[in-house]
Design a protein around this ligand. Structure first.
Ligand SMILES: [Fe+2]
Length: 229
């Protein structure tokens, strides 16, 4: 399968029609609700697909990774807009609500026969390798492997993407952060392979105007560190 290296050039501003048909209705809802999350999903899917190809997985497995990554935050459809766009720090109970997106995403997918196979990968994309993640505190290889792949790609994209409240890290800085989290947050072997692969690529930073659309319409910042979201 010819998979092009992922580039975040242009901020991942792609039309819904670029994505697999089966995912479009959910993605269209997400694009309307919170554009930055929609753009993030597209970028993480491309990064994950390319990484999965590097892992020499079967076509079916690569598609599973790509589609799961594309929908990994779809549970945010059920999180109140006020929390996704809130300026300033979230309260403990607001953080708890936002963290529900992983389990809610799995519930959404499990009700759609064509996407039900992705539910486990989506539910567990915020588990930590050392067991300190959520929603179930799974540890090590008890965490579905697709979730462990998504966790790395998700964190990488979040770190290299500029936010209104925080500058983007360079690719090298982001890879260093991933290395630092290997064995605690991230699967150490998958992290090693990801870092090795990314170091061979030139990744273009997303453009702020593309990520956030019209500057006047920018959502308010979500002041919670991505790693715990
Ligand atoms: Fe998430």
């Amino acid at each position: 399968m010819a998979v092009q290296p992922p580039s975040t050039e242009g901020g991942g501003c792609e039309p819904i029609s670029r994505h697999p048909m089966v995912a479009r209705p959910l993605l269209a809802r997400m694009a309307a609700k919170h554009a930055p999350t929609y753009q993030h999903l597209g970028r993480v899917s491309r990064i994950a697909e390319y990484f999965a190809t590097h892992l020499r997985l079967s076509r079916k497995e690569v598609r599973l990774v790509s589609l799961s990554a594309l929908l990994h935050d779809i549970g945010k459809l059920e999180i109140p807009d006020a929390l996704l766009t809130k300026e300033g720090w979230l309260t403990a109970s607001e953080i708890e609500t936002v963290c529900e997106h992983a389990a809610r995403g799995a519930d959404i997918l499990s009700r759609i026969p064509a996407l039900a196979d992705l539910a486990g990968a989506v539910r567990h994309h915020h588990e930590w390798f050392d067991g300190r993640g959520y929603p179930d505190g799974l540890q090590g290889e008890d965490i579905p492997w697709v979730s462990r792949v998504i966790a790395i790609c998700d964190a990488f994209d979040s770190m290299i993407t500029p936010r209104p409240y925080a500058p983007a890290l360079s690719v090298d800085q982001a890879l260093e952060e991933l290395r630092r989290g290997a064995g605690t947050q991230f699967d150490p072997e998958l992290t090693r392979l990801f870092v090795e692969r990314q170091q061979r690529l030139t990744v273009v930073r997303p453009k702020v105007h593309c990520e956030w659309g019209d500057p006047e319409q920018r959502p308010r910042p979500l002041a919670v560190r991505h790693k715990r979201m």
